[in-house]
Design a protein around this ligand. Structure first.
Ligand code: CP
Length: 312
């Protein structure tokens, strides 16, 4: 089996079979990351550009490492180092990249739909690395991979997503993907940070975190996105931490073997207490490793890979 389209733009329109293929392909990729010599020739002769118009630590560097571990050529362009600051349009920027022979464009942009727009204008494969508040499919995939590693089956698990749902592309990609795999997805946060009609996505909505955490198998704690906040969505950081912050007392309401997740970067002391972030049930550091594996899988599959044959 292969991926159907040339691009990975979101989990909303991806089939469960495609998601399963990506997660299965990521497993042998993770073995490569664990090797002493992390290098396979799978992407030799292929070139990838990371085009980041918003800040990133994890996503940008994990795409770069994923490409390099597989022998591809990777270049990085950010807003401040691109001709966008001289007035070049997004379309002209990507056409310029394509004219240089780029095979895969990885793009992060503040505008919802930016990755779709690029995908319509180039022959190269496009991977959405986060478009505004819309989707962050590779984060959704790496979260699903992490849950599978710890819990086996995703179907039937109570997964609670906590916090700033309104601005969260991570929440949206998780909801689309987890629902396709039969999870029981709950969201909780202040009503000012809850999108209208979110229940239509197939989630149970709560406004009291204690109620949501009852019997949770997985808790995925979202970052408060200060850069996207308008004034007045919650009174103060201290107030948010007091009412919605995940601390050990609240965590005790979840199942004893609850899996603690956070996409990063964390605001410790705000949405997550330090001792929760470093709890032995926390998979937060592992999520980062899994991000490289999932991105390796995607690069492989988008360059024509099907069944997995990774040579040393
Ligand atoms: N989770 C995530 O997207 O992190 P970065 O912003 O560091 O890429």
């Amino acid at each position: 089996m292969r991926l159907k389209g040339k691009d990975v733009l979101g989990l909303e329109n991806m089939t469960s079979e495609e998601i399963r293929l990506i997660l299965e392909t990521a497993r042998p990729m993770k073995d490569i990351i664990g090797r002493d010599i992390k290098k396979v020739p799978t992407l030799r002769g292929k070139s990838i550009v990371n085009l980041f118009f918003e800040p990133s630590t994890r996503t940008r560097s994990s795409f770069e490492l994923a490409g390099k571990y597989m022998g591809g050529d990777v270049i990085n362009i950010s807003t401040s180092t691109s001709s966008v600051v001289k007035g070049e349009s997004l379309r002209d920027t990507v056409l310029t990249m394509e004219a240089m022979g780029i095979d895969i464009i990885v793009v992060r942009h503040a505008a919802e739909g930016a990755a779709h727009y690029i995908a319509q204008n180039v022959k190269a494969a496009v991977i959405n690395a986060g478009d505004g508040t819309h989707e962050h499919p590779t984060q959704g995939l790496l979260d699903m991979f992490t849950i599978q590693e710890h819990k086996g089956e995703i179907a039937g698990l109570k997964v609670v997503i906590v916090g700033d749902i309104l601005h969260s592309r991570v929440a949206r990609s998780n909801i689309w993907g987890l629902n396709k795999f039969g999870a029981d997805v709950h969201v909780v946060g202040p009503s000012t940070l809850m999108p209208p009609a979110i229940e239509k996505m197939g989630v149970t909505v709560h406004h009291r975190v204690e109620e949501a955490l009852e019997g949770a198998d997985v808790v995925n704690i979202l970052r408060i996105q200060r850069e996207r906040q308008q004034k007045g969505l919650f009174p103060t950081s201290r107030e948010y931490a007091r009412i919605f912050g995940i601390n050990q007392n609240r965590l005790a309401l979840a199942n004893p073997d609850v899996l603690i997740m956070h996409p990063g970067p964390m605001n410790r002391g705000l949405e997550i207490a330090s001792d929760v972030a470093y709890d032995e049930r926390s998979a937060i550091v592992e999520q980062v490793t899994n991000g490289v594996a999932v991105r390796m899988a995607l690069l492989y599959l988008l360059t024509g890979g099907g069944n997995i044959e990774i040579t040393a």
